[in-house]
Design a protein around this ligand. Sequence first.
Ligand SMILES: O=C(O)CCC(=O)c1ccccc1C(=O)O
Length: 407
Amino acid sequence: MALRRRAARAARSAREPGGTVLRVLQPLELPAGPAVLEARRDLLALLDGDAAYLPLPAGDDAETQRLSHALALGEPIDDDAALVVSTSGTTGTPKGAVHTAASLRASATATADVLGGPGSWLLALPPHHIAGLQVMLRSLAAGHDPVVLDLAAGFDPSALPGLVAAMPGDRRYTSLVPTQLRKALDVPAAVAALGRLDAVLVGGAATPPALLARALDAGLPIVRTYGMSETAGGCVYDGVPLPGATVRIDGSGGAEPGRVVLGGATLARGYRNMPEHPAFAEPGWFRTDDLGVLDDGVLRIVGRADESITTGGLTVVPQVVETVLGEMPGVADCAVLGVPDERLGEKVIAVIVPVAGARRPGLDDVREFVSDRLDRYAAPRAVFTVGELPLRGPGKVNRRALRERFA
Ligand SMILES: O=C(O)CCC(=O)c1ccccc1C(=O)O
């Protein structure tokens, strides 16, 4: 059912006597267990699907706007578990990040503090994704129903003006992934609408510098966020940790990129049913798969440890090459990956989405463009063009699918 119709129904059910309900947000076959959300009935009406509603015993907070105990279809998770966020992870092993009421509250509070106060939120991301979930929670925490963009037929920026106009409250926010921002920038009325918001959070994937520059030039209040399900969404805004969040770089020699390790009150307690998982081995810290550098306390993400390419014995971080290619005329979007190569072990290839109507950049164009911007060994050795990049989640390129296609 279209989200718009659900929204209309939600508005109706909001007038019914409330009561809280539990809601399973994720399919049950995940070994990590389902994510369960308790929220007001009017919100849950937006999240229609096949899952069952389980009535919650009414407590002190019967018409609550907070999260509380989660049950997996009657199976208790843990005493202090509030929400299990299912995360596929890049490695493909599904995991459930166990959040407590404290970690979720810490995230909501820190976000509101940094953005200038609680406000209403426009939901433009799937509600089972941590960023979409956070949009709903922050909006509900501020006492506002989130305004919902219908994603049934994909992200349509022309819906933004009407939805932004319908947003209550004196502070108004939204969260987008970079691909959505790119689409919105092509629609002047959408740019004007986003420009009326107090912040547009962009995250989930690296925002190419050229895209960021276009958005800032258009006057959009962009905040680049960095975080993941394990940190209850963004815990670093524009490179600066939120109040209470901490960032450490491990295994880095000075300016060299090292492993990003995150700490602070927004951290999940661990992965469900995986007490030995190495990412949570050090109490109070979460070891990410990201590589980054800290310049004067400002975090810059360089790429992912598990996606780096070894070519001729040298390491290439795909995101570094993507950032350079993203500045190339005629390139709307791109992904860089390693494919098996007899001589080099792996070779660097680029998959490019050309700008509509522009000449398709070829291998010679690419090699010339990168020649004074990248080390020789990092230059792509093959270039493919596609209409759009396959995604494995909002904003995240499915490199595995590309590797299978172009290897
Ligand atoms: O992709 C992830 O794992 C987290 C991304 C994320 O939290 C996010 C993504 C887009 C916009 C806003 C946010 C956010 O920090 O809430």
